[in-house]
Design a protein around this ligand. Structure first.
Ligand SMILES: [Fe+2]
Length: 318
């Protein structure tokens, strides 16, 4: 069960947080009045996220979080600090590698959102660390569930990308990573609200920015879970464009790792060739026509030449 440890020397703060979480029966809240007590809890409980006060008598928040890292390296650490202490706290927070900080007095919804995001991140890291294909695939399917129109998308992208990787002569280890990377390429969308993902109208600038964050967010988590460089590259660079106008890094041509160039083609092919919330699937000929028009700006032309044969095969055999 999702569990969060709150560490604060003030009883009134612990009470306020407890009240705030009364309605959330999906989260188990643990409380400690000092760093020492907090470390004790960490030794025996499976804690996903820690929220610690900065200024505490005895063991300070920074020391506590550093020691907490030694006990549970994957647990996400959030620092709470009074606004007046913020400037001295920032440096210390960076040193303790806290994931986020929250200023006191906090706004309930903001604190809960930050904790929820951290819980989600923890769950994702654990899944990625499992080294288990079935876990990867079910994770991809969880992302797809957020947007019913993408059902089966990740698996199809993997199928097309693997074919293309083979045609390009990549080795078996790379091909296995490309399969996993294709499944997981949109895992960063776990952090994007469904209302934004399923929007059929024009997105606000903020919403658009949220969506643009998914490659970075996903890659950061994959890195934390120590996934292979190939998988991380796919998650991070699958929205780069061959002409350098993609995101998040604006890499161009050969600077985009080949694994990401491969998945980019497979991803767009499947998006065009299947139904979307805002339009029906294109037929095969129109799909290829659009891909061809896009090639100069978006895709590696050599890979695209190879992909034509693969697309024909997909049309013939599904
Ligand atoms: Fe994506």
């Amino acid at each position: 069960m999702k569990s969060v440890l709150f560490v604060d020397d003030e009883q009134s703060i612990r009470n306020a947080i407890e009240r705030m979480y009364l309605e959330r029966d999906d989260i188990r809240c643990l409380f400690a009045a000092s760093g020492l007590e907090g470390l004790d809890i960490l030794k025996r409980e499976d804690v996903w996220v820690i929220v610690s006060d900065y200024m505490m008598p005895g063991m300070r928040g920074i020391e506590f979080l550093s020691k907490a890292k030694g006990i549970r390296p994957d647990t996400l650490r959030i620092m709470m600090t009074a606004f007046a202490d913020l400037s001295i706290a920032i440096d210390a927070i960076n040193k303790s590698e806290a994931y986020r900080f929250v200023t006191k007095p906090w706004i309930n919804k903001e604190l809960m959102d930050i904790v929820d995001e951290a819980l989600m991140r923890y769950q994702l890291i654990k899944s990625l660390e499992s080294n288990d294909e079935t876990v990867y695939l079910s994770l991809a399917q969880t992302v797809e569930l957020k947007d019913p129109y993408t059902k089966g998308h990740c698996d199809r992208v993997a199928k097309y990308a693997v074919k293309l990787a083979k045609a390009a002569g990549l080795n078996d280890a790379m091909i296995a990573d490309i399969k996993h990377g294709s499944w997981l390429h949109d895992c960063g969308k776990i952090g994007v609200p469904e209302t934004v993902l399923n929007s059929t109208g024009n997105l606000s600038v903020d919403d658009f920015e949220t969506i643009m964050q998914h490659p970075r967010w996903g890659a950061e988590v994959a890195r934390q879970a120590r996934m292979s460089e190939t998988v991380i590259n796919i998650i991070l660079y699958h929205h780069e464009r061959f002409d350098g106008n993609g995101y998040p890094s604006g890499l161009a041509a050969g600077n985009i790792p080949i694994e990401a160039r491969i998945v980019a083609i497979a991803d767009v092919f499947d998006a065009l060739y299947s139904d979307r919330p805002y339009r029906q699937a294109y037929d095969f000929d129109r799909t290829i026509e659009i891909l061809t028009e896009m090639t100069e700006a978006h895709f590696d032309p050599q890979l695209m030449e190879l992909f034509r044969y693969i697309a024909e095969e997909v049309r013939a055999n599904g």
